[in-house]
Design a protein around this ligand. Structure first.
Ligand code: ADP
Ligand code: ADP
Ligand code: ZN
Length: 215
């Protein structure tokens, strides 16, 4: 099974992808995570991407499509893929078709997380993750059960993203509206898009996604 989670920054793509990974052993392919790893490692890709990401603009299609291809090649053919934050442009959507075809995979579902934009700034500015295992949290909506301790790995260090600030979020939303939302019709004509209410509780969103995957 290969699926795309589509939605603006803060819609809940990463949160839901992590849950699918735990439950179904699928693999999460997050271009944002891959790019942040490249920035941290100081690779040529990272050096090119850093300033673009800090501004909240999109990194070049060639860079992210190459990252996705490499990641798929490192996976077993039997593991399902969850594309999180990719594709984000029409060019990337076209690349994904060829990338999947070349590997004998096909796209089963595009799940659109439908959210009210006004809620996103609060979601983004309250977001943090465990520095050891990457589990996602929120200051209000998903706090660790024991303050300062990761529920999943027991780690005590957490981090916040430099681009998770109210100003950059506006640019990221504008990028989503202008470049990413227009790829939905491409998938709609194929009849593989399902819309989920991303404003519902996290567990309800998970249940709605599970129902789509079970179809
Ligand atoms: P969010 O899920 O909050 O939207 P991501 O972690 O997916 O954030 O992306 C963070 C940043 O990384 C984006 O603002 C963009 O600069 C870059 N990025 C991630 N994925 C892509 C992509 N598929 N195409 C272009 N840029 C990307
Ligand atoms: P994305 O990957 O789409 O950018 P995340 O999954 O990182 O979004 O979610 C952004 C923030 O909002 C996180 O801090 C997360 O804990 C929180 N969040 C995710 N889904 C929900 C939800 N349904 N209700 C409330 N908060 C949520
Ligand atoms: Zn952890």
């Amino acid at each position: 099974m290969n699926i795309i989670l589509l939605g603006p920054p803060g819609a809940g793509k990463g949160t839901q992808a992590q849950r699918l990974v735990e439950k179904h052993g699928m693999r999460q392919l997050s271009t944002g995570d891959m790019l942040r790893a490249a920035v941290k490692a100081g690779t040529p890709t990272g050096l090119e991407a850093k300033a673009v990401m800090e501004r909240g603009e999109l990194v070049s299609d060639a860079i992210v499509s190459a990252l996705i291809g490499d990641e798929l090649d490192s996976m077993g053919a039997e593991s399902g893929a969850i594309f999180d934050g990719y594709p984000r442009t029409e060019a990337q959507a076209e690349s994904l078709d060829s990338i999947l075809e070349a590997r004998g995979r096909k796209l089963d579902h595009v799940i659109e997380l439908d959210v009210n934009e006004d809620a996103l700034v609060e979601r983004i500015t309250g977001r943090f993750t465990c520095a050891s295992c990457g589990k996602g949290y929120h200051d209000t909506f998903e706090k660790p059960q024991v303050e300062g301790t990761c529920d999943k790995c027991g780690g005590h260090e957490f981090k916040r993203r430099p681009d998770d600030n109210a100003e950059t979020v506006r640019t990221r939303m504008a990028e989503y509206r202008a470049k990413t939302a227009p790829i939905l019709p491409v998938y709609e004509v194929r009849g593989i898009v399902s819309k989920v209410d991303g404003m519902a509780d996290m567990d309800e969103v998970t249940a709605a996604i599970e129902a789509i995957l079970a179809k």
